[in-house]
Design a protein. Sequence first.
Length: 352
Amino acid sequence: MLALLSFPAVQAAPYWVKPGVYIEYAAHRYDPYFPLVTGARPDMINTAMLIYGVNGTLFRIEAHNDTRVRFEFLGVEEGSLRVRGIIEMENVTVTSIGLNSTEFPKFWGDEDVISEKLEKSHDVGFPDCVWLVVNLRKLTLVGEYRIRLNDSAVLGMDGTYYGHTFLWVDTSNPPKTGTIFSKARTFEIAFSALRSINKSMMAYYGQFGPPLVVLSTNFTRGDISYAQRIDSRRKYTLMDISLHGPGPSLIYDPSTGIAVYPNSIGMAPYADFIAIGILWAEFVDEKAAYRMMAEKDDSWGYGLVLYDTNADFEATEEVQFPRPETPSEYAYYASLGLLVLMFVLTAVRRRR
């Protein structure tokens, strides 16, 4: 039987969270993975896809080679941890749309530009617009935000509340069912359940478990739409999908609380990203996904994979797990992840 854990209210940060600590996740490119995504061309398959807002302008960012996601804990101020989020991507395409006269804000270095051009729009209703298309060798996005230590709430530097950090969870004292996990203008995700699984999993950092814990979420609002404002009358939709019911599942190490596989179906609409201007995020480590799906090695998972951390994990007591886990559940996560990936690829394609 599935054992659900009771959900008290307070989610304090774990003992290893302190200034100087960093956590890094990876999403590697792996070409043998491509045939597993049925119906998608290789240029449609990415290790990262982001919707990024800069001074009111929206950009779609796609990373075709390796992606690293790093969080650095900078200091503690008035009960909050100041965090620097860094996303490093290789072989990147940046696109946006605007009027012919638009001056697009620039957040990349000239030295990394492979090509940069404005293409005339052929979209119906937007004949006076152009597409900005920038191909980059690499791109780094950096932003800072705060995590309140007494309840793990994510706050923007202006104090805006975005939800709960995905970086850790207190498995002995998890949040109440129905409380907000992350929220943005167009969607809201709530905690659903936390369950133990009797298995171990590999990450680039090392092996975790058994046991592990899986945190489930639900979309309580999921009509997700990001549209570029063209003028007072028109908007161009860059992304438009409707997601209701089950949301992302996150896999944690119960002895430390750290996220090992934080987005097991690919999408990562999390507070830590929203707080630094990333309105929507998807990540897939193609090498880990291939091992799980093609080689049937269920010790690997889907999405981002814990790559490195300098956190000092003290010895902890063994956590008892309530039931065995079956590999078929992880095959389900993988197939669901691919379904979501194809759905979003269709939703965000540029209509030319």
